[in-house]
Design a protein around this ligand. Structure first.
Ligand SMILES: CC(C)(COP(=O)(O)OP(=O)(O)OC[C@H]1O[C@@H](n2cnc3c(N)ncnc32)[C@H](O)[C@@H]1OP(=O)(O)O)[C@@H](O)C(=O)NCCC(=O)NCCS
Length: 218
């Protein structure tokens, strides 16, 4: 019996002409953990405080890979219909390039998702971040019938802001946070369903069923 029969969201994914997002199994998790451990932040970008995505960014191998795995598995272990976070691997032309996350709280009521992502350093700046976000927004709006997608980035994270703005997100205020002992401004962005204009031609959401709907709290 496939594990996804017992834990149905393991079978959820989305494919577009540019990227495939899927829940990685053991075979894909190993190279993904190595990609994560190779680094996701450019050390030259001193202006960019790191977001402690999974706590693996500042430690050496193999602890970095292990922390990534712990972060990945925790998302599934902590899954509840009222609070979930789906971690999807991104594959482009056979290469694993990064991770796209989509999460929600009380989704049946809020119909609001949040997203976060990273692209391995050697794959950055090639449009994969935009392709991944576009794909996960198809999952949100077409697959899960979301009404709203939120995200956030430091004011200095031009790549992340570039991805959001390319998708049509609108600025939704700022939040002051502490990062590495410094005060930093975070830009909050929101994309409403009415502003989502991308064609779903060539896109396919997979793995949605009454069982997965229940896990998403629907
Ligand atoms: C943010 C991130 C996911 C974007 O992915 P990416 O593949 O590098 O980005 P893309 O190539 O799709 O480019 C996205 C947009 O930002 C722009 N951009 C990319 N890198 C940039 C940079 N260093 N400075 C300014 N703009 C940049 C691109 O030109 C593009 O804008 P355009 O549509 O106007 O051309 C990736 O850079 C990353 O993983 N960064 C480290 C982790 C991180 O910051 N995650 C997000 C936390 S909020």
């Amino acid at each position: 019996m496939p594990l996804a029969d017992l834990w149905p969201v393991l079978g959820v994914g989305v494919r577009t002409p540019l990227v495939e997002l899927f829940v990685p199994d053991g075979d894909a998790l190993e190279p993904l953990a190595r990609l994560a451990a190779d680094g996701i932040y450019d050390p030259q970008n001193q202006y960019l405080p790191r977001i402690p995505v999974g706590g693996w960014e500042d430690v050496a191998s193999p602890e970095a890979e292990r922390r990534f795995l712990r972060y990945f598995w925790a998302a599934f272990a902590d899954w509840r219909p009222e609070k979930w976070n789906l971690m999807l691997a991104a594959r482009v032309d056979g290469d694993l390039v990064g991770v796209q996350e989509i999460g929600a709280q009380h989704f049946a009521v809020t119909r609001t998702v949040s997203t976060g992502s990273w692209v391995g350093r050697r794959f950055q700046g090639a449009g994969h971040g935009k392709a991944m976000r576009e794909a996960v927004l198809h999952l949100a709006f077409d697959g899960l019938d979301a009404e709203r997608a939120d995200t956030a980035a430091w004011t200095t994270n031009h790549a992340s802001l570039g991805v959001s703005r390319a998708m049509g997100y609108r600025d939704n205020g700022t939040t002051t946070r502490a990062a590495e002992g410094r005060r930093v401004e975070q830009v909050n962005l929101t994309l409403r369903r009415a502003d989502w204009t991308r064609s779903s031609r060539g896109c396919a959401v997979t793995g949605l069923s009454p069982e997965t709907a229940a896990m998403f709290g629907l």
